[in-house]
Design a protein around this ligand. Structure first.
Ligand SMILES: Nc1ncnc2c1ncn2[C@@H]1O[C@H](COP(=O)(O)OP(=O)(O)O)[C@@H](O)[C@H]1O
Ligand SMILES: [Mg+2]
Length: 294
């Protein structure tokens, strides 16, 4: 596959100063002064963040850095205490997730949210509604796609083929392996043909073979023009697939840059060391992998 979109994104980012909060030439998402406190804890305190259109941007940082909380805020699954953010140039501050999804901004979760007692195909169909699903039973299905059922089912089956899940379409999602659930979640998010997809640890708990396939899917998604931001602990994966890396620690963005520049950044190394990781970041990425995925 010609990697034209990748080349364009990389050359656009080549001119960006590698520092926290750096402006981007063509940002799809811009966030300012976003904070979230839990009691006395400041989980997120981000002064400025821009995500370059058509890039693959990795969000890394020690466990508890605030990565998932930042995703929750930006994607309307939690409300910020302060801040404002724009998507495609329009304010979407605290906009609920289903409205964002209709605008083409979707996310997946660190712990998969597929509905175990629905079939794989029905999970996909539910994806077409932009709903998270928990609050909706199967009973609502007939109302969702009256008149669109055929098109939605065809789109769902095409995505299931692409993600190697077509043979499982009639199985309950609960019968899938952890890795297959990750694939299902990514496939489901694509039902809305997003412009921006935010993936929270898409490769956590996935076996190495499937990880490679997930990386390929991420590259393909971007090549179709979708901007990808993803949280990942494994620095080998980050280096493999991302054009740009944003580093969080203790709620703040402490560094940004290419994978190489970020991994040599002293503030980043210190942040990981401070989080009781005792290995050098540049070794093999293991320092970033240990400690799991909380
Ligand atoms: N709902 C919550 N209530 C209280 N504390 C929370 C909640 N969600 C997250 N936190 C805390 O906020 C901090 C950031 O968490 P999180 O965003 O999950 O970090 P990360 O995804 O980077 O590992 C952690 O200290 C975590 O314990
Ligand atoms: Mg997290």
């Amino acid at each position: 596959m010609p990697a034209e979109v990748a080349a364009a994104a990389q050359s656009a980012l080549a001119g960006v100063t590698p520092e926290a909060g750096a402006p981007k030439p063509d940002a799809i998402l811009v966030a300012d002064s976003v904070s979230r406190h839990f009691g006395g804890l400041t989980a997120v305190d981000v002064s400025h963040l821009e995500v370059q259109r058509s890039s693959i941007t990795a969000l890394i940082g020690p466990n508890g850095a605030g990565k998932s909380t930042l995703f929750n805020l930006l994607t309307g699954f939690d409300n910020a205490d302060t801040g404002n953010w724009t998507y495609e140039g329009g304010s979407v501050t605290n906009m609920p997730s289903y409205r964002l999804a209709r605008k083409g901004m979707v996310r997946t979760f660190q712990l998969t949210k597929s509905l175990s007692r629905l079939t794989v195909l029905d999970n996909m169909r539910l994806g077409a509604t932009g709903q998270k699903g928990e609050r909706m039973g199967a009973a609502i299905f007939p109302f969702i796609w009256r008149g669109q059922e055929k098109a939605i089912t065809e789109q769902a089956m095409a995505l299931l083929e692409r993600f190697n899940l077509a043979a499982k379409s009639a199985d309950f999602a609960g019968s899938l392996s952890g890795g297959q659930r990750k694939l299902l979640e990514m496939a489901r998010a694509l039902m809305l043909k997003p412009n921006l997809i935010m993936l929270d640890e898409p490769m956590a708990g996935v076996n190495p073979a499937l990880k490679q396939s997930l990386l390929d899917h991420i590259r393909d998604i971007r090549e179709e023009g979708t901007t990808v931001m993803f949280v990942e602990h494994d620095m080998d994966m980050v280096r493999d697939v991302s054009d740009w890396v944003v580093v969080m620690a203790q709620g703040k963005i402490i560094a940004e840059g290419s994978p190489t520049s970020v991994m040599g950044n002293q503030a980043v190394i210190d942040a990981y060391l401070g989080a009781h990781h005792d290995r050098n970041l540049t070794e093999s990425g293991e320092a970033l992998t240990q400690g799991g995925s909380s």
